[in-house]
Each structure stands twice: as C-alpha cells, then as structure tokens.
Design a protein around this ligand. Sequence first.
Ligand code: SF4
Length: 698
Amino acid sequence: EKNLPDSTTQMVCGFCGTGCNLNIHLKEGEGICVSPTTEYPVNLGMACPKGWEALSVLQSPNRAISPLVKKSPNHWEPVDWDTALSLFTRKFKGIQQQHGADSVAFLSTGQMVTEEMAFLGALAKFGMGMKHGDGNTRQCMASAVTAYKQSFGFDSPPFTYQDLEESDVLVFVGANPCIAHPIMWERVMRNPHSPEIITVDPRKTETAMQSSLHLQIYPKSDLPLFYGIARILIEQGAIDEKYIQEHTEGFQEFADYVTAYPLERVIAETGLSQAMIEKFADLIKSGKRVSFWWTMGVNQSYQGVRTAQALINLALMTGNIGRPGTGANSITGQCNAMGSRLFSNTTNLLGGHDFLNAEHRDKVARVLSIPTEQIPDQNSWPYHKIIEGILAGKIKGLWVICTNPAHSWINQGQVRDILDRLDFLVVQDMYHDTETAKFADLILPAAGWGEKEGTFINAERRIGRVKRVKRAPGQALSDFSIFKLIAQYWGCGEMFSNWKSPEDVFQLMKQLSKGQPCDFSGVEDYTAIDEQGGIQWPFPDTETQPPAPQRRLFEDGIYPHENGRARFIFSEPSKMPEPPSDQYPFILLTGRGTASQWHTQTRTRNSDVLRKLYPERIYVEINPQDARAQSIQPNDWIMIESQRGHLKARAFITQSVQPGQLFIPMHYEETNQLTDAVFDPHSSQPSYKCCAVKVSTN
Ligand code: SF4
C-alpha cells in the first residue's frame, strides 16, 4: 500500500509526434507510474514502450543536477546559478562586442514545450540581438514544411488520425510507422475497410512486411516513380478534373511535364516491374479514399521537397484531399516538431509569420509590446550555414538547447572538430553526458518532460498539455525559468516582465496565431485543453461550437495561398550526389531501428527496460548474397567505410535490404561518421538516407 498512487493526472507523452496521452499516477504529488489514457482521441488506450517508460528516464545518475563549468579538458566543476549565468552573459556579450551581435547563435529542438520555444526565440533574437538560430527540426521536418508552404501557402499537414481508419488505400512512402509511429499503425490495423496498404521503400521494413504491396524501389527513385504514376493516371483519365479546375493551379504544366515519364523510364530508374507499377496506379485509381503518408525517407533527401510535392500533386489531381480518409500527410517525428515549426522563431517569425514581411513584424511587435526594430528583417541561417559560419570563424559562441549535434548532425566529424573551435559553447540539457556536452564550456542543468508545464502540438495539429509531475533533480530548472533568468542577467528582463508563467506565454501565442491558418485564439486556457482532450488548430475565437474531436484541413477546398488555390509544383529529379562506385560499391541507408529507442538515445538509454529491448552494440543489415560474396557470417564484426569515416558493426544478414545496400540504425553514436553532408536546395534539410560505402572484414 505504501507504493500505491493516491491520485492521477493526464498529459501527453514527450517522445514522438503522435502525442499519445498518458495517465500519470501520483503519490503525494509525485508521478510514480504511467498508463495510457483510454478516452483521449489520439491513442485510444495504447502506448508504445517509450511512453510506458516515460518516468523512468527521469531518474538517472546522468542527470545534470547543477551548472558545470569546464576547468580543463574533460574536467568540469559545479557552480551555482549566479556564477553560471554571470559567466554566460560575460562570455556571450564579450564575443558580440568584439565580433558583432550575429557572432553568437543558437541551436534548439523539437522537444521543448511550445511556450519555451517561443521564449527562447524571442529572448535570443529580440532580447540578445542574435540573428542566427535553428532547430533540430531542420533535420526531420524542413522538407515537409517547405513543400506545404509552396504548395498550399502555409505549413499545413491536413490530416487527422481518424483518416488512418477511414482510407481504403493507404500509401506509406519512406515511412515505417509500424515501429516509428506504432500507435498510428494500430489505427491502420483497426481500419474496418480492409484497406490496401502500399509501402514505397528500398528496405523491407516492418511496415512493408505487413503491406499488400511493397514497392522496393532503388534508393531515391521515388520522385520518378510518382511522376510516372501521375502520367498513367492522367492518360487513363483517372483524375478529378472538377477539383483540379476549382481548387488548384499549374496542372496543365505538370501534366505536360510528366509525359517525360513513360513506363520504360520508370522501370529503368526504380527497378520495379511493369506489373508492380501498373498495380500501384490501379490501386490509386480504384480507391475511393486514398491517403498518402510520408516521413523521413522523403524529407531527409537531397530532393525531399519535390518528392513531398509529388505526393501532394497525386492527392490534388485525384481529389484525395479534404475528405475523410484522404490527404497528403507528413507525419512529424518529435513530440513538438509542430510547435517548433510555428513558434521557434527560427525560419518562421513567431506564429508562422515571415521575418521578411513588414506587416508581420509590426503585428508581432504589437502583440509583444516591443519596438518593431527589435525584430530582424532577415531570415536566420539554416543549421548547416551556422555550422559553416563556425568553420569560417564568423560564429564564435554557440548555445545548444536540448539537442545533440555531436551525435545527430549529418557531418558528425566536422561538427566535433568545430565545436572545439568555438570561443564559448553552452549546452543546456537534462543530461550532462551527451556527446555534445563533452565539448561544452558551460553546462546548464534543465528539467525534462514531466518536470515542467506547457503544451506540445502533435502531428495532426493537436495542442496537448504537459505538466509538472516530478521535482527536477538538484538545481535543475525548467528551460522556461532558465530563459527568464538569462533575460534578467542579460539586461532585457523588462521585455519579458509579463512572461511570468508558461500559461502567460500561451495567451501571447494565441494572439500571435490570430488571423493565421494556425489560429488557435479560441482555445481559452490550459483547462480547456485538458477538458477537450487536446484541441487541433485551427480553432479561432470566432468558432461558436466546441472544438470537434477530429478535424481535417481543406474540407472547403480553399488553400492559404492568396488566390485560395493549391499549386502543382515539380522539377527534374537531381542525380544521386554520391552514387556507388568501384571503390565504394554499396549504398548505405539509415533510419529508425526500433520502437524502443529515441533518436540519439539521450533519454532512452537511461531506461533499463528500453535498453534491453534493443541491441546495445551497433549492427549493420546486409543481404545474404553480399555476405556470401565476402564470407561474412552472422554477428561478424565488419568494417563499413565511406569517404568521411569508418565504423565497425556486427553483421545482421537479412533479406530486408537489397543486394548492394546496407542499413544502419541512426540511434548509434557512430552512424553519422559515414553520412554525406548534402542538403535539399529548397529546405536545407540534410540527406541522411543514402551515401556510398564499402565493406571489409578486417
Ligand atoms: Fe509516446 Fe510516441 Fe510512443 Fe505514443 S507512440 S507513447 S507519443 S513515443
């Protein structure tokens, strides 16, 4: 009885973008265990292993419990907050005085609550005068964001999770929801319409294995495939001409362009048979409610934006959007990628506004009661330009909040080299042992999910609550409190005098969203979010009805572009930047390997349960044909080498990968020593998914 809970509260999970709701069972106000919420519209009583272990990862000896100052290589000493923040201010101000305000930059995250993202963005850019800051969402969602903005006029994923249960044809591209979004996958399994499930992926993933059609294409041939499918559908008249005419523009140019994709070309570029390609087109043609879903296999590509838009084009031309069970649907990765997309003040000005638009700057200044001149009239450098800026000596100070570039950045070797070149590196994180923290001059201990208040926005645009159900350890503070203190030490505390609590910032965010496609000014307060089971945007204050439990966009066929029309956008596919060669004959694929680990494992490696559910040592998937050719046995340690680095991994011999291809999960520290730093030209998102490598057994 001593260990039984005495009350329960509810909040959304802090790992992935699904946004499941969890019951947190409390004893004397402290969370002691978790169970999934049954009546919440997202997860319907389910959670994946990470959700079940959400509280465990907070109790780790690796938690940062006091500010730490580097005294010598590999030696940090604890200090109090006053010493830490005096040093923070002195160092960063000193750098700015000597090298200009933009010589200090920040890198943030899709993991903090939205209120903290807004605070960080406003503090760094309006208070501290920084010009450059970006988030780790550049690594996962930037291509989808750009695709939506160009095609629809705003970053607007149109779907609601109900669509997974209402489609009769579901197309998953570069997505493995079976393990990456397992609760969404459960909805597919519950779909009562016996749907056709089509997976487009070079690897035979868990999702592909459960699909009715797996199109195991040659890596990065998805764009010509979709152009070829568009050609077939147009030729067969399997398009929705009324929808195209009333709600879109640019279709005729697109139709003319895809005549360059006859079957022979698509067969040659994708490696698929004619029968497979025709079956894919037939299934789209015969479907009444076809939905297209994509994740990192599309976004993390040198042509991610155009590939996402090729899927948007298919949805538009067949009228599969704005109706139940349809849509061109990008699924987010991180718990608050959507909050970051709208409120991190990096690529967008707060609230999905535009730094380059004078009216937008005026509006934001008005809402925040600050002079418009405080708001930069230019966009920030994207992530890779910030890295290059450090390399070029233009950025001398870096503040890294809740992300781990020394593990996750595509050009890992370069990042590790340049972090050492900085005059001052601050890492603000829950854990003191991240790969990035090892380079830090100052570590600021942050509270984690479950130790602070705020909101997340999930993949279907649902705003959900995060609550404080645990005391943060030692001197760790919420990121919100750290930002508030920094504002005071920096001398811009007055600007944030009304930002007393996360809910104060939520009220400001509501005003910032007003009139935007993401308008949620009708959400009264945190209590309303609790009572409604989360609320999807848009929910403007002009709504007279309570928010619907599920809500999709574009049911009226009106898009955020000025003329209300969606655009067909396309261009010639690019060549693979690093194709296999005699010296590097394999293509390396990377991605999520399990439902039990999260990204760089910063948190999940701190759960005994989650660690046991996943191989601790790095492995590489290799096809039996290739293993035989090199006399590789199961579990042999083999060397994988690219032009940039090498690693040793255990051989997992499997038909999951095609001959000539390898797969290594992204969760291991070594993986990004191999990847090639190339970027989508429109979104600046890194192309993690294919580079050339060789295999040896010594
Ligand atoms: Fe949390 Fe995502 Fe797992 Fe749901 S699916 S419990 S949101 S990690």
